[in-house]
Design a binder for this molecule. Structure first.
Ligand SMILES: Nc1ncnc2c1ncn2[C@@H]1O[C@H](COP(=O)(O)OP(=O)(O)OP(=O)(O)O)[C@@H](O)[C@H]1O
Ligand SMILES: [Mg+2]
Length: 287
């Protein structure tokens, strides 16, 4: 494979994707729609236990990349391994061993509107464990719902009865239904007010750390990137052009990265993040 992404503090990527300990390894990925190539020879590793933020301009192929990893988009070239299993071109049945090890929150939430929150959470459970009793399904869905910070009575509510933030949490509860090791989130805080978004970020960080998750997080939200992401992958020019922490990305000279992370909105997000850290420190010293 030709050029690899600039993994700013990672290993030399000239090794076999099947030997990797990383939960997700992508090499030479090309996706085309007709003559239009969204990705060309794209490489990326997602490391165990990290929240990897995935950023890029609108239409750069973030959602298509996520769809490729979870087997909803058949790549034209390249290989993707998830937990060491090559899922490129695998039929859903063949993926079954890995598919129940991930949970997905699609862009827009996509809850079933005719099902209650509990019933939404039960959909993947019924799919993978058809032998579970209704009593157990109810218990698990209640546990997952409460885990995401929703009140217990949200279980019996329909999506139309929930606020935007509650819908996101319900979507997260459904994504966590199968106790996944990997979580895919496509713009989970889009449309939330800043306080709701910050609470969602906090919840995600806490769940990641306590449940030992690895998270592939597509976001435009600079506050999210500063607050909870361990590394950030930047999609541009049909590839992942760089992967690293924000200071590491700032040290690159890619024009989109410079514009995005050095712009006024990014500086404001950085200041908010620093101010938050200072307050946390004060609180810790005072207690
Ligand atoms: N099923 C499809 N058929 C044809 N073109 C598609 C299809 N899905 C995506 N595309 C095209 O692929 C490109 C990348 O789409 P994608 O949805 O991945 O962008 P994105 O980076 O997620 O954008 P946004 O930030 O707006 O969500 C776009 O130009 C889109 O029009
Ligand atoms: Mg998208």
């Amino acid at each position: 494979m030709s050029e690899h992404a600039t993994d700013l503090d990672g290993p030399d990527l000239e090794w076999d994707c099947y030997c990797s300990e990383h939960p997700i390894v992508i090499r030479g990925l090309t996706n085309r729609f007709g003559d239009f190539a969204v990705h060309e020879d794209l490489d990326l590793d997602v490391r165990r236990g990290e929240i990897l933020g995935v950023v890029g301009g609108s239409g750069t192929g973030k959602s298509v990349l996520m769809r490729s990893i979870i087997g909803l988009q058949f790549p034209d070239e390249g290989c993707i391994t998830v937990f060491g299993k090559d899922i490129t071109g695998a039929e859903p049945d063949e993926q079954i061993g890995v598919r129940n090890r991930w949970g997905v929150l699609f862009q827009g939430g996509a809850l079933f509107s005719t099902l209650t929150v509990a019933e939404n959470v039960q959909v993947p459970l019924k799919q993978y464990y058809p032998e579970l009793s209704q009593k157990l399904l109810n218990e698990i869905s209640r546990y997952k719902t409460v885990l995401t910070g929703l009140p217990e009575d949200a279980c019996s509510k329909y999506p139309s009865e929930l606020s935007g933030g509650m819908k996101k949490r319900a979507g997260l509860a459904r994504a966590l239904a199968l106790d996944p090791e990997l979580l895919f989130l496509d713009e989970p805080t889009a449309g939330l007010d800043p306080i709701g978004a910050a609470k969602f970020d906090e919840l995600l960080r806490e769940l990641t750390d306590t449940l030992g998750l690895t998270v592939f997080l597509i976001t435009h939200d600079l506050d999210t990137l500063y607050a909870i992401c361990d590394r950030i992958a930047v999609l541009a020019d049909k590839k992942v052009v760089a992967v690293g922490t924000i200071p590491e990305l700032l040290a690159t000279d890619h024009p989109w990265i410079q514009e995005y992370f050095n712009g006024p909105r990014s500086r404001a997000a950085a200041q908010t993040h620093e101010a938050g850290k200072a307050l946390d420190k004060q609180a810790a010293e005072g207690s």
